[in-house]
Design a protein. Structure first.
Length: 162
């Protein structure tokens, strides 16, 4: 079972899905034959931004695992649930970054959802119990940059459904 999922992830990350290998899009229409597809610079920047965000979330997950090992939490169930959620979010954003680079149309909605969630977290950092604007501003600015890149006409044009 693990080998099957490993193969599925490898095919997704390296080779693409079966439609890509056959040279057709999801609609079944042949790809454009006007040479290699050029990705807009803003799309590459968006994919890089999402990749950095994914690596940051995964690093936070690893730090939480280290904290769980080194200290005694008040509730092991809550600590493990938080670790699982953070690592799942990191993997999700990593798949969004790869899908964005590969021009998948589903990534726009997923990336926008992630950016909006980050805006909400930034606002909570500004207003929360341990409010600290120093921590909230970078998250808010990165999220707004992601939203601007997502809504750029060149990115929308290449990631829309054909």
């Amino acid at each position: 079972m693990v080998a099957y999922w490993y193969w599925q992830i490898k095919v997704f990350l390296v080779c693409g899905d079966m439609d890509d290998q056959a040279g057709t899009h999801e609609t079944g229409s042949p790809e454009r034959s006007d040479g290699p597809l050029r990705r807009p610079v803003l799309l590459v920047l968006l994919a890089l931004l999402l990749l950095v965000e994914a690596l940051a979330v995964l690093a936070i997950g690893v730090a939480l695992v280290a904290e769980l090992v080194l200290t005694t939490p008040e509730s092991y169930a809550t600590a493990i649930a938080l670790i699982v959620l953070v690592l799942a979010a990191g993997v999700w954003v990593l798949f969004i970054a790869v899908g964005t680079y590969r021009l998948r149309p589903w990534t726009r909605g997923a990336a926008l959802t992630w950016q909006v969630l980050q805006v909400i977290v930034a606002i909570c950092i500004f207003q929360g119990l341990f409010a600290d604007a120093v921590d909230g501003w970078p998250l808010l600015l990165v999220s707004l940059l992601g939203i601007v890149l997502l809504l750029a006409p060149s990115v929308v044009a290449v990631t829309r459904r054909i």
